[in-house]
Design a protein around this ligand. Structure first.
Ligand SMILES: Nc1ncnc2c1ncn2[C@@H]1O[C@H](COP(=O)(O)OP(=O)(O)OP(=O)(O)O)[C@@H](O)[C@H]1O
Ligand SMILES: [Mg+2]
Length: 610
């Protein structure tokens, strides 16, 4: 986890590049973006016009022109109504841009994740990926419309106010702008510190999230190892550090805001000080103009402050944008070659071969070396051997979760790489070592194997693998909710459901990785019978069963599965140490005989003890 986490929030440098995927999805919504930017410019124009109108009202009133006052007041009221309309438009457009961009990003990220191979997920914790889809997407799309809006609004205010001032009175304009360099400098300095504080707080916050996650996942282990106190101390350290940085940020903001307000007031005072003299001396400055300029001077603080704030927002969300853009830029490594074709024969797969396959998860740490194997239709290949030998790796390669680092895997003589992945996956049924169920009912989970299966098909599949009995006994039978990851079922029950799912699929290649974790004896017997049935049972299904139409790989830990397999491979350190039928291997009195007799003795002992 640490490897992925560390670089995350540590850096925050502005780079347009990481924002490109988000921007392009936002900008493609022409109407909403036009509304947003248009509304920003429109509101800015009104804000620029208002001081001028107020000035005119004052001058008209001073001139005692009661007749002229009414139309200007009417204009003032109309302009305010337009202002309200502009505000409504930009809030509405910002909402649209934000939700639609988030929707597109999330869908694209989800779709991208589905194209990526299992190896991608090996090195990235689930929690990390979930945050990409949730908090990162919300973060970048939450600020994006406001950034666009504010850039439009601020530019328009600056251009509008400066033009209006110089057009009305250039000398007074210079005085009104006198405080702007100080404002810009103040903002630059404070934002630097604010950004730093924000970054530290975020880094610590993500470390805290990770710590929560680890605590929750490892709750049992922690208890048994009496690690609570040490964990708590570590957590408290993170929490108080984060607190400190968050406080620093709050204190800085509390100083920054009033200072900016003071500078704005100073600008107003400068205008008043200079302008009042001119008004008194009657140097072509009316009272109305003076009042308008004081408002202009105050107005200028806003865009400076907003720009600084939005820039900080962009930096804050930059690491989120970077993670999203890197996810979207990831190319799946297992993809169809452009010339990949399904085999011409529609007949079932006859043969799957490993030809001199080398494989490693990490460069330089070989797991398989020169592995060769031929599995024919109708055969059950059992893989046995000590833990870490490479059994799961072999079946994962057969299922094309990974691709050989060297050598090749073929079906009926064609390299798997030359066959469309979808064609192949359709013909594979997999029962993994740790069966995964999705939140939903038992029925939904079995149906996952073949979406168009009827309830009767589902029940038939469950009966075949001897899962029907336990499912019926659940409080709502097939409609029982299994909980997240199937947590409400035991490990054995989960495997039974996964078995039923695989049977329903009626695959041409069946890959089964028996659970190693202990299952209660009754369920274990059921799983046993289920597997047996699946591998050797009657031919209700057209590819499996008595006509011998299926290739089965079973990573076996249990005697009965092993005994009835056609070929038993003893896998040690990524190689086939022994190969043959049960009888042959027993007669040889080698590694298999050793494994078998050990387990047999243990089994007998268990039976005796009851
Ligand atoms: N995703 C992975 N990334 C890196 N190394 C892995 C990965 N999966 C397995 N390995 C390593 O590859 C080797 C073979 O593992 P594999 O899971 O194939 O063994 P196995 O025979 O199935 O063991 P078991 O009987 O315990 O299930 C081990 O050394 C293991 O540490
Ligand atoms: Mg394994």
């Amino acid at each position: 986890m640490s490897e992925v986490h560390q670089h995350d929030d540590a850096k925050a440098r502005f780079s347009l590049h990481v924002w490109r995927p988000v921007l392009s999805r936002a900008l493609s919504q022409r109407a909403a973006i036009t509304g947003l930017i248009g509304a920003g410019v429109f509101v800015a124009a009104i804000e620029t016009a208002l001081p001028l109108i107020v000035g005119r009202i004052v001058d008209t009133a001073r001139a005692g022109d009661a007749g002229g006052l009414a139309p200007i007041l009417a204009i003032y009221a109309t302009v305010f109504a337009l202002f309200a309309g502009g505000v409504w438009l930009f809030i509405e457009s910002a909402g649209k841009v934000s939700t639609r961009t988030a929707d597109r990003l999330r869908r694209d990220c989800f779709a991208k994740l589905q194209t990526l191979e299992p190896a991608y997920f090996d090195v990235r914790p689930t929690g990390w990926l979930v945050s990409r889809l949730t908090s990162d997407c919300s973060k970048v799309t939450g600020i994006l419309p406001w950034v666009l809006l504010d850039f439009a609004w601020c530019s328009a205010i600056i251009v509008g106010v400066v033009t209006a001032m110089f057009w009305t009175n250039p000398r007074l304009a210079l005085w009104a702008l006198a405080a702007v360099p100080a404002m810009a400098l103040l903002s630059a300095v404070f934002q630097r510190f604010l950004i730093r504080a924000g970054r530290e707080a975020r880094r610590l916050s993500s470390a805290m999230t990770a710590s929560y996650g680890e605590m929750l996942l490892g709750a049992r282990t922690t208890k048994t190892l009496a690690r609570e106190e040490a964990n708590l101390a570590e957590f408290q350290r993170l929490s108080s550090d984060m607190n400190m940085w968050a406080m620093r940020g709050a204190i800085l903001s509390s100083i920054y805001m009033p200072l900016m307000a003071m500078l704005a007031a100073t600008a107003g005072a400068l205008v008043l000080w200079q302008g009042a003299g001119w008004v008194l001396a009657d140097e072509k400055v009316s009272l109305g103009t003076l009042i308008a300029f004081m408002q202009f001077a105050a107005l200028f603080a806003q865009p400076v402050q907003e720009l600084a704030q939005r820039f900080a927002d962009i930096l804050n969300a930059s690491s989120a944008a970077e993670r999203i853009s890197s996810l979207l830029a990831t190319e799946p490594s297992i993809v169809d070659r452009t010339d990949a074709r399904p085999p011409e024969r529609q007949a079932p797969i006859r043969e799957l071969r490993f030809e001199g396959v080398d494989f490693w998860y990490r460069e330089g740490v070989p797991v398989l070396e020169g592995f060769s194997l031929t599995a024919r239709r109708g055969q059950t290949i059992a893989l046995v051997g000590s833990t870490g030998g490479g059994k799961t790796t072999i079946v994962s390669l057969a299922a094309r979760f990974y691709e050989p680092s060297a050598g090749r895997i073929t079906i009926d003589g064609t390299d798997l790489k030359d066959i469309p992945l979808a064609w192949f996956t359709e013909r594979i049924g997999l029962v993994p070592q740790v069966a995964h169920l999705f939140a939903g009912t038992v029925r939904d989970n079995i149906r996952y194997g073949r979406l168009d299966a009827s309830d009767a098909d589902i029940e038939r599949a469950a009966r075949r693998v001897k899962a029907h009995g336990f499912i019926e006994a659940l409080d709502k039978g097939y409609d029982t909710e299994v909980g997240e990851g199937g947590e409400r079922l035991s490990t054995g029950q989960r495997q039974l459901v996964a078995l039923a799912r695989a049977v329903l699929r009626d695959p041409q290649i069946l890959v089964m990785d028996e659970a190693t974790s202990s299952i209660d004896t009754a369920t274990e017997r059921l799983v046993q019978e289920g597997v047996d049935e699946l591998l050797h049972g009657g031919g209700e299904l057209h590819h499996g069963g008595a006509d011998g139409g299926r290739i089965s790989f079973v990573v076996a830990h249990r005697l009965s599965t092993i005994r009835r397999a056609d070929v038993i491979l003893v896998i040690e350190k990524g190689r086939i140490a022994e190969q043959g039928s049960h009888a042959e291997l027993i007669a040889r009195r080698g590694r298999y005989w050793e494994l078998y007799t050990n387990q047999y003795a243990a089994e007998r002992e268990r039976e005796v003890l009851g």
